[in-house]
Design a protein. Structure first.
Ligand SMILES: N[C@@H](CCC(=O)N[C@@H](CS)C(=O)NCC(=O)O)C(=O)O
Length: 225
C-alpha cells in the first residue's frame, strides 16, 4: 500500500470525494489539514500549478485534482470494487458527466450562491437548468450508474449536503421537490451509505463557514462595482 497522505481542508467538497474514496477502498492514510489563507510550503510544492486541495501524496509523489486522484485510487487499489466501469464507453460517459459537474453544475450553483438581489435571480436560472440535466441522468436509476454506487456518485456527492447549506445561508431554494424528485431520492440513498454518513463535516461549522465566505464574496463584488 505504501505511505498515503491527504492534504485537505475540513470543509472542501472536492477533498471529501477523496476521503470517501480512500475509506471505501479501506486505505489507511494520514490527513494534513491546510489553512488556505496561509498555504503550507508543502502544499505549494506539491501542487504548484493550482495551489489547491486536495492533494494526495503516495510514497512521496503528489497527485492533484480530485477527479484525477479518484481515478488514481481506483486504478492503484483495484482489488476491491471499482469506482469506474470496465467498459471504455461507459468510462468515457462517466468522465463526461464528471467534467459537466465540475465545469458547469458546481460553478453555476456557486455563482448563484455568492450573488444577491437581481443578480442572484438571474444566476439561479442557469444553475437550475444544469440540475435539470442531472435530474434526467437519474431516470430509472437508484444511483448514477444504475443499481450500484460508483464514481459519479462520489463526484456529485457534494450536492447531497452543500446544496442544503447554500439554501440555508444563501437565501435561495435550489432543490425544489417538484422539479428535482430524482435528485432528492438519490440524495437520501447516498446519505444512507455508512462511509458517506460518517464523514460529512459538521453541519453547524459548515453553515458558519459558508455564511462568512458568502459575505466575503459579496463584499468583494460590491467593491468592484
Ligand atoms: N478542480 C479542483 C478544485 C479544488 C478546489 O477548488 N479546492 C479549493 C478548496 S474547496 C482550494 O483549494 N482553493 C484554494 C484556492 O483557490 O486558492 C479539484 O477538483 O481538486
Amino acid at each position: 500500500m505504501g505511505e498515503v497522505k491527504l492534504f485537505r481542508t475540513w470543509s472542501s467538497p472536492y477533498a471529501l470525494r477523496i476521503v470517501w474514496a480512500l475509506k471505501l477502498k479501506g486505505i489507511e492514510y494520514e490527513t494534513i489539514y491546510e489553512d488556505l489563507s496561509h498555504k503550507s510550503s508543502l502544499l505549494l510544492e506539491y501542487n504548484p500549478v493550482h495551489k489547491k486541495v486536495p492533494v494526495l501524496l503516495h510514497n512521496g509523489t503528489p497527485i492533484c485534482e480530485s477527479l484525477v486522484i479518484l481515478e488514481y485510487i481506483d486504478e492503484k487499489w483495484n482489488t476491491t470494487a471499482r469506482f469506474l466501469p470496465e467498459d471504455p464507453l461507459a468510462r468515457a460517459t462517466a468522465r463526461f458527466w464528471a467534467k459537466f459537474n465540475d465545469e458547469q453544475v458546481a460553478p453555476s450553483i456557486f455563482r448563484a450562491y455568492v450573488s444577491q438581489g437581481v443578480k442572484q435571480k438571474k444566476a439561479v436560472g442557469p444553475a437550475l437548468e444544469n440540475l435539470d440535466i442531472v435530474e434526467k441522468q437519474l431516470i430509472g436509476k437508484r444511483f448514477f450508474n444504475g443499481e450500484s454506487f460508483v464514481f459519479l456518485d462520489l463526484v456529485f456527492g457534494w450536492i447531497a449536503k452543500y446544496l442544503g447549506i447554500f439554501e440555508e445561508t444563501g437565501g435561495i431554494k435550489i432543490l425544489e421537490e417538484e422539479r428535482f424528485p430524482l435528485i432528492i431520492a438519490w440524495k437520501d440513498k447516498f446519505c444512507d451509505i455508512l462511509v458517506i454518513k460518517e464523514n460529512w463535516p459538521d453541519q453547524k461549522e459548515l453553515v458558519t463557514k459558508f455564511k462568512l465566505m458568502r459575505e466575503y464574496f459579496i463584499s468583494v463584488a460590491a467593491s468592484c462595482n
